[in-house]
Ligand binder design. Structure first.
Ligand SMILES: Cc1cc2nc3c(=O)[nH]c(=O)nc-3n(C[C@H](O)[C@H](O)[C@H](O)COP(=O)(O)O)c2cc1C
Length: 321
């Protein structure tokens, strides 16, 4: 997720078993073949491939590389470059709702015309020539859902091997609800695996999304940050039918502290302070305690004060420490 999940966050979120794979922030492709440093910046895990190691988080969860663009030839050239740098698979972003991106003909803008979705996927699939898979992420449409199925079919016809569907149109932004039943409708019209995405904040949401969409797999976005134990909780329930205890504030605070310590190794304290607050702000969603903590901590400007005030006094319950 652009601006909020980088390689370090991926590392922290995959330390507990839960996620099957992760995806980078999008690499914006406009009209040029980008230099390797751009790919390494978005996906430092690619550097592992120089040592014949998997492009994965330190816990071994694969990292897929996402491209966002509209020109088929440029997308294809950059997909090819990513392949040369060791990418495991290329995901194409047709979901971004940002005005600036859409105005420049990227992200969800392409959903207005399924043929353009097809052309982009097909160009990338052809360039990759089966060496690595191409996958895609769409919303239900731009301003309405009339083309939802046609866009999904275009993704499949273009040669993608998997489709993630965020159950809202672009114009719906992030307003609840996500229409999981529409994801199910799409699933009935294509044969490639469909992954349901949007508004899965709890184990109950996961059950409902799974039931209404019929998808076995879901993608977590904001909730991965709001509750870093949601993916492990889902995984544990799948394996045992048992529910793991709810995530406490102390567990959240431990993650934030570890995150701050690790980010400090490469970023100035001022930047780390705002990154920690940004993650803390994400944790407020659906969690009253994190909201109280956010209100208490949001005006602190020094990192050591902030970390001191995160107050983790008792024995940590997590393996993040
Ligand atoms: C700050 C932010 C950045 C995002 N960046 C990306 C991105 O780079 N690529 C992408 O496919 N989706 C991106 N998304 C969308 C999410 O992946 C996801 O589809 C959306 O938030 C709905 O799922 P959720 O309710 O689980 O968060 C972003 C969302 C947010 C809020």
């Amino acid at each position: 997720m652009e601006g909020v999940i980088d390689a370090l966050t991926r590392d922290l979120l995959t330390r507990e078993a839960g996620f099957d794979w992760t995806v980078t922030e999008f690499v914006r492709v406009i009209d040029a073949r980008l230099p390797p440093r751009v790919f390494y910046k978005h996906c430092p895990e690619l550097l592992h491939s120089l040592k014949q190691l998997p492009v994965a988080t330190p816990s071994g969860v694969p990292v897929h590389l996402q491209l966002l663009g509209s020109d088929p030839a440029t997308l294809a050239a950059n997909a090819r470059r990513a392949l040369e740098l060791g990418a495991l698979s290329i995901d194409l972003n047709f979901g971004c709702p940002a005005k600036l991106v859409n105005r420049h003909d990227g992200g969800a803008a392409l959903l207005r015309n399924p043929e353009r979705v097809f052309n982009a996927v097909h160009a990338v699939a052809t360039a990759l020539d089966g060496e690595i898979p191409v996958t895609a992420k769409i919303r239900l449409g731009f301003s309405n859902r009339l083309q939802a199925v046609a866009c999904a079919q275009a993704v499949q016809a273009g040669g993608a091997s998997q489709l993630v569907v965020h159950g809202r149109t672009r114009d719906e932004g992030y307003r609840p609800p996500a229409h999981w039943e529409w994801i199910g409708r799409i699933r009935h019209h294509i044969d490639i695996p469909v992954v349901a995405n949007g508004d899965i904040w709890t184990l109950e949401d996961y059950w409902k999304a799974r039931t209404l969409s019929g998808c076995c797999d879901v993608m977590l976005g904001r909730a991965a940050l709001a509750d870093p134990w949601l993916a492990p909780r889902i995984r544990h329930w799948q394996a045992t039918g048992q529910r793991l205890p709810e995530t406490t504030w102390r567990m959240r605070a431990e993650v934030l502290k570890t995150y701050a310590h690790l980010q400090c190794q490469k970023l100035p304290e001022r930047v780390v302070t705002s990154l920690v607050k940004q993650w803390l702000a994400q944790m407020r969603q659906g969690n009253a305690e994190a909201n109280v903590e956010f209100q208490r901590l949001k005006r602190i400007t020094r990192l050591d004060d902030l970390l001191h005030n995160l107050v983790v006094t008792e024995t940590p319950e997590t393996s993040y420490a």
